[in-house]
Design a protein around this ligand. Structure first.
Ligand code: GLV
Length: 303
């Protein structure tokens, strides 16, 4: 079977994926968009595509495409490409190593916020020796927005540490009721038209005074000006941000130097080629053999 591998890869990253995928599915012939465009492979022979945030247009003109397998968990950029072939099954990545990494990042952020470790880091920089009151985990309610693979894993790990955890999904309890009870809000929602701009001034006002936000979903779910206002007024204590409306975050953006913001460069959880290649291979085999496909995206819903 001929499979297109397309993505917005860092130098050398496509080779890592090609090797991992070739090991997981030795019977496949892997090719790039450049090879297709150069006529080295016929477009009509491509039966599946494995993609990692590919440039728009990467999947055009492939008449026999039977599966698009994303190496990214979030498919918002893919769905925003108007040339994405309609009617071809699209699967998002559910990688156990990535889910575990996301849980680690969420635990680090929640533990650091709960115990005030970011504040201690700041005091060290200022040469200040001063303790603050210590709270128990059961005194810090955490809301986890998004109840997919990652949201559920994060919620379970936090609950195991003793935090009162409330999960939220879009069709459940009204969001602001959940926010009103949360000392820490962890966002793991997919980016869809319904979640774009969801975390705005009204959402922050609904959160209790001195609550904190951990955004591990997508940057466009947060209204940046509203978050900065909530932090500057002191209503919100701190924000841990992994994702941004524009990535890389532009130089000079207030988040870079804000004393109440801790940033990661979209590094909370990367797909791990060692485990994700096997997940992709299983779906490619299923597509070839007419078996059931896993982790299919409902395009209308957006995830
Ligand atoms: C990362 O943000 C992903 O969607 O895989």
């Amino acid at each position: 079977m001929k499979v297109l591998l397309a993505g917005d890869f860092d130098p050398g990253e496509d080779e890592v994926w090609r090797r991992a995928l070739a090991a997981a599915l030795p019977e496949a012939h892997w090719c790039s968009r450049a090879e297709l465009d150069a006529g080295q492979v016929a477009a009509g022979e491509i039966v599946a595509a494995v993609v990692a945030n590919p440039p728009p247009g990467s999947l055009r003109g492939l008449p026999r495409l039977a599966l698009i397998q994303s190496l990214w968990a979030g498919v918002d950029r893919l769905l925003a490409d108007p040339t994405l072939p309609a009617g071809v099954p699209l699967a998002r990545m559910v990688d156990p190593a990535m889910t575990a990494a996301m849980a680690e990042t969420a635990l680090w952020a929640v533990l650091s916020l709960h115990r005030g470790f970011f504040a201690y880091q700041q005091r060290q920089r200022e040469g200040v020796w001063r303790q603050h009151a210590q709270r128990r985990a059961d005194e810090v309610p955490v809301a986890v927005l998004g109840q997919g693979e990652m949201g559920r894993a994060v919620a379970a790990r936090l609950a195991a540490l003793g935090y009162p955890v409330q999960g939220w999904r879009r069709d459940g309890t009204p969001l602001h009721d959940v926010l009103a009870r949360a000392g820490i809000v962890v966002n793991l929602l997919p980016l869809t038209p319904a979640t774009r701009g969801l975390l705005d001034a009204r959402a922050f006002a609904a959160m209790p005074a001195k609550a904190s936000l951990v955004n591990l979903g997508r940057g466009a779910q947060v209204v940046d000006a509203d978050l900065l206002a909530a932090l500057d007024s002191g209503h919100l204590r701190h924000a841990v941000l992994d994702v941004f409306t524009t990535e890389p975050l532009p130089a000079g953006h207030p988040y870079w130097t804000h004393p109440r913001v801790t940033m990661l460069p979209h590094a909370a959880a990367a797909t791990d080629p060692r485990s994700a290649a096997a997940v992709a291979a299983a779906n490619l085999r299923a597509a070839r053999d007419g078996g059931p496909l896993a982790h299919l995206v409902e395009r209308q819903r957006g995830y």
